[in-house]
Design a protein around this ligand. Sequence first.
Ligand SMILES: [Cu+2]
Length: 528
Amino acid sequence: MTRPTRTHVGLLAGGVAVTVLVMGASSTLLGGQPGVGRLAQRRFLDKLSGDAGGSNQQTGSRALWIPPLLAGTASGGVTSYDLALSAASKPLVSGPATATYGYNGNDFWGPTLILNKGEMARMTVRNSLSEATTTHWHGLLVPGPVDGGPHQMVEAGSTWTTDPFVVKNNAATYWYHPHMHATTQKQLTLGAGGFIIVRDAEEAALALPRTYGVDDIPLVLTSRRFTTTSGTANQFQYTATAYGDYAMANGTLNASVTLPKQVVRLRLLNAEIERDYNLGFSDGRTFRVIGSDGGLLGAPVPVTRLVMAPGERYEVLVELGGDAVGSTLDLMAYNGNGQGLAFGFGGYEPATSGEFGSLLNAKNFSLLRITVGAATADGVRTVPASLASQAGLSDLALGTATQARAVSITGGVPPPFTFDGRGFSHDYVNQFVTRGTTEAWTINAGGIFSHSFHIHGVQFRIVARNGSAAQVKPYEQGWKDTFYLPIRETVTFVARFDEVADERYPYMYHCHMTNHEDEGLMGQFVVR
Ligand SMILES: [Cu+2]
């Protein structure tokens, strides 16, 4: 695959008018200006709804799908969770259904697992696909053989059962997804993934919304591009494309949801391939970040914008108590011009098509239409002033690290991205870590593009951006396992490596932009 010179593409940024052919409709798109691209969008939405006369952007809106909960089976002190990954199909637009993957009979994505901190759990994955997969428990503190990385193959037709493990994570939002080297983008694009919600006593003692699907909403944000595959229209494109053309929330195109007139909690996951999100609400309201990848924050952080790179999770509270029943607002990606974004932000390239372009690029677009409904009887009315104690987090400081490592992202134009000049190999261990030690890792983005850095086996604390603690945003000062790594910048994190992984099932560190990851931007480390 040839990678164009990204910096050259970036020079074209700006409000350049281009003509694009979308679903048979020719229209003019103006980069980044509100309301542009509406004609193409509308034609597509008409196709969604089958209503050729529709003129409202919400014509094709569909109820947000909420993933079902998966109850574990308790036996002998261990709770077992059974997943089965199968091929499926989903009617998304008029014409042929879209071929998809889903867990446990779902036609996209999978059930939500609820784990309790301190319990013993075990996972089983049956692979009913016609190709191999692996299942990684993103963010969970589990030993190498349980981690589900590229070495833990689940061949077609076979079943993988993990050893029992203790749920050590804090209450937060995690997720599971395939981690097969070179096919992660494909399997994720087709829909393989699911949420894991961990609960613990500290979170349970807080007055937070936690009625699943009512005031506590899991929200996997992504986008898809449709193409014709083997003569069949409406199929997801998963090669030679970094971005989708149409936003999806929980696998629903043009999603809408009614939420009660009270404080609601959104568990946000950016599950894009390469697109970063600059999230906000259409009325500009302040919302509160209460949790990051691996736990609740110390106190809510008020924001009007929240940047999320692929793989990251944030939990936010949105106060709807002052909104009129029946009123609407949109959760938006403010990825357009005038938002302070620059080349390198995933999805800000101006092209509307091609491997690094899309109809959503450099645009502000809706991810979810929210209609305010009646309050529930026991709804949360106020945002708590303080949240979690974050035990152990402040111990992770540069001064307590006994080992420093520097990792640089190299390559990228036109060879694939690599770490320190070396592409991923199943047989090469990039880093050796001593169990129980605290280390400081500094990741250098390089000058080609931004990335999303994720490391297995730990939850860490970001201590500096570009060497400055002050540049770490307040909402990313909690437990993290993934972070946005802007072009030409560095991020330093400190982690204590308590989980064990050997050469047979090493841990991964990698870019969570899965096209980068599949091309080789992944390294291995052992902890012992
Ligand atoms: Cu990357």
